[in-house]
Structure formats: C-alpha cells, structure tokens
Design a protein around this ligand. Structure first.
Ligand SMILES: *Cc1c(COP(=O)(O)O)cnc(C)c1O
Length: 384
C-alpha cells in the first residue's frame, strides 16, 4: 500500500469511528456564529471576558493608532532587528503587574510551551507532568532530553511519592501543570504544588495559566494570583489568545531564567516576532485587565448555574471554572447531542479522542462574560 493509500485508509477509519475532523465553515457576527446557514450563540469560544467581541474596545484602541504605530510586521526575530520598544513596554508592564523581576513575551502559548522546557532541561533533569497537560507541553517535554513521568491527573499524593523516590537521582526536577485544565475545567491545587516544590532544593515549578490569565484573580492575573503564590512559581506562563483577546504568550520569572531563555530557547530565537501592532493591542488590553472585575464576577455566576444544572441532570462535571464539560461517553452519542444543541441555536462542540481519553467524549461548554444568564437558562432547558 502506498503512503497516500495508507492515509486514505486511516481517514476512512476515523470517519467510521466518528472521529474525523474537518475545519468548520464559520461566519462570525459579534457573539454569534453562523454555520451551515444557521445563526447560533457561540458557546465554544475562549474569549472568556468577551473582549474579542467588544467593538467599543477596538474603537478606543484604533483612536490611538497612527500610520506610524500601525506596524503589521516586525520583519525579524527579536534577537536581530525585531525587538521593538513596545515589546519591552509590555514585558515591563507584565513584570510590574505580577510583581516579578522580569517577563518575556512569545509568539504563542504553543511556542512558549514547546520551547521553554527543552531550553531549561537536560539529561539530568526529571520532568513530572500532570497526565492531562496540553499538547504543547507534551511537545516541549518530547523535544527535551529530560526523563519524564506523568502523574495521574491532579493526584498530588502520587506526585509527592514520585518526588520522594526520584529527586535525589537528578540534578533538577521540574513539576509541570496547568492551573485550569482545558478539557475538564478543573483546577490544580497551586498552594499544595508550591509546598511540594519546597520539600527539596532541586525542584522547580512550571504552571501554564492559558485558561486563567485575564479571567481569574482580583486583578485578572490568574489562579496564581488567587492562591497568592505568583513568585513561588519558577515558570509562570500564560497566553494572550484567550481572555486577553489577542495573540501571543508570556512567562513571568526571575532575571536569570529570562536571560537564559533569550540565549537558549529555539522557539523564541528562530521565529519572526509578532507584529508590533499586535503587541500594542495586547498591552492596551493588559493595562485594562484589573478593570474587568465585573465581567469576571458575571462569568463565575453563569458558570456556577450551568455546572449545578448539569449535576442535577446526572452528569459528572469535574469543572470548577467557566470551562464546563458535559461528559457523554461515546463519540457518536456526543455528536448527536451537539447537533441537537446546535438545532436550538447553541454552538457547542463535541470533543472526542484523542483530545480526551477513550469513552469520555463530551460537549465542552466554554462560557464568556458576554453570555446572559437568560441564555444559560434557555440552554439548561434543552439539555437532557
Ligand atoms: C491554548 C493553550 C495553549 C496554546 O496557546 P496558543 O497561544 O493558542 O498557542 C497552551 N496551553 C494551554 C493549556 C492552552 O489551553
């Protein structure tokens, strides 16, 4: 069989098991999406604060722009000529907000996670990663020369045992977790992770706040702000593509780590920096994050309502956030349920293996602050 025939066969198998993916045909209109000619409320967006659909905010930003500041390309890596002052401004602002020594900005969360771990680890490093960390972190681990073990999801007892058994055999151990997990919407116990890290001298902690930055914490800085442990986390990473309604990612960390990454991180060094105009927009949003408190409170409120209703209807719902999975089980059943919701005007998407473990296919609701409580109540009425 030729390689192309092999591909065709695999695609056919994916189709038969209801796991074939295609790029959806979408038109966006404010909070709504139009798919296959049908207008639906978007319940699958990562725009947690509703900033991406906020036209007023964009208008305000555009007022500040001129032909001189609208720079659509950096034309180069930051290590060459791509380091515009707006980058440094954003990093300074982040460091001030977080109260850390420094910050460093990347082109995306994927670049950050795929690049940091390979840069800072070697063959004498052990990485202990939560079983459910994002694919970008897995790729970072794979690209590194470190040994790694994945501990059961949020099982910090197991992590504690693994640390005790292994820490002495390695130069350094790096614990890797997300704060809010993408698929279950549950949250890692950051305080306990910090406690475990402090048990041994050679342990560092890496936390990905992709889903939390902007939407959690009094100032919108994430779960580490809530848990008051920002400076205890050695690699505190977040993205701008979700609640911050932009693109890119950051790490806040001590000076040495930043300097080291600038010298060693391939996904920072060998890529053209994001357009300065994009960085300007990120800075514009980041400066306003603390002011979006009302939106965070509303988001929390509607998320509580949906989670409670799902539990009352008999669904297991591990979530403790605005990512609210409705775990159905079989992929084919999940697709039918998603289609039913879509017929009623709710754009909710099925998530299937390999994104989630076999037998846990689910509808993944991802709520945003623009969604009204009445809309959530309508949704609850049609869920069976
Ligand atoms: C979305 C996401 C990323 C990737 O961030 P991008 O900026 O979209 O590349 C990384 N980690 C987690 C946990 C995410 O959810």
């Amino acid at each position: 069989m030729s390689i192309i025939e092999q591909m065709q066969q695999e695609l056919q198998e994916l189709k038969e098991s209801s796991n074939l993916r295609t790029l959806p045909n979408l038109i966006h209109e404010g909070q709504d999406v139009i798919a296959n000619g049908q207008r639906m409320l978007n319940l699958s967006s990562n725009d947690y604060l509703g900033l991406a659909t906020d036209r007023t905010l964009r208008e305000e930003f555009l007022k500040e722009l001129t032909a001189d500041s609208f720079l659509p390309t950096s034309s180069s890596s930051r290590l060459l000529t791509g380091n515009f002052t707006i980058y440094e401004k954003l990093e300074q602002t982040l460091a001030e907000l977080f109260g850390t020594e420094t910050a460093l900005v990347f082109n995306s969360g994927y670049h950050a996670n795929a690049g940091i771990l390979p840069a800072v680890s070697d063959a004498q490093t052990l990485i202990l990663a939560d079983k459910l960390v994002h694919a970008s972190l897995i790729d970072g681990i794979r690209l590194s020369t470190a040994k790694y073990i994945r501990y059961r999801h949020n099982d910090l007892k197991q992590l504690e045992r693994l640390l005790a058994e292994n820490h002495a055999a390695y130069r350094q151990v790096i614990i890797v977790t997300e704060s809010i997990f993408s698929m279950d919407g549950d949250i890692a116990d950051l305080k306990e992770l910090v406690r475990l890290k402090h048990m041994y001298e050679n342990v560092l902690l890496y936390v990905d706040e992709a889903h939390a930055f902007g939407a959690r914490g009094e100032q919108g800085l994430g779960c580490a702000e809530e848990a008051r442990c920002i400076r205890e986390i050695d690699f505190l990473v977040g993205t701008f593509g979700k609640a911050a309604a932009s693109a890119g990612a950051y790490i806040v960390c001590r000076r040495t780590i930043r300097e080291y990454l600038v010298n060693r991180m391939r996904t920072l060094i060998f890529t053209t920096a994001l357009p300065p105009v994009n960085i300007a927009w990120t800075l514009f949003v980041v400066r306003r994050l603390a002011g979006f408190r009302e939106r965070r409170i509303h988001l929390k409120n509607i998320s509580n309502i949906l989670r409670k209703a799902l539990k009352e209807k008999g669904y297991t719902c591990p979530s403790d956030s605005y990512i609210v999975p409705m775990i159905v089980g079989k992929s084919s059943d999940t697709i039918l349920k998603a289609e039913e919701l879509q017929r009623h005007g709710f754009y909710a998407l099925p998530v299937r293996p390999p994104t989630v473990p076999e037998g846990t296919s689910r509808i993944r609701f991802s709520l945003t602050a623009e969604i009204r409580e009445e809309e959530i109540r309508e949704l609850i009425k049609i869920i069976i």
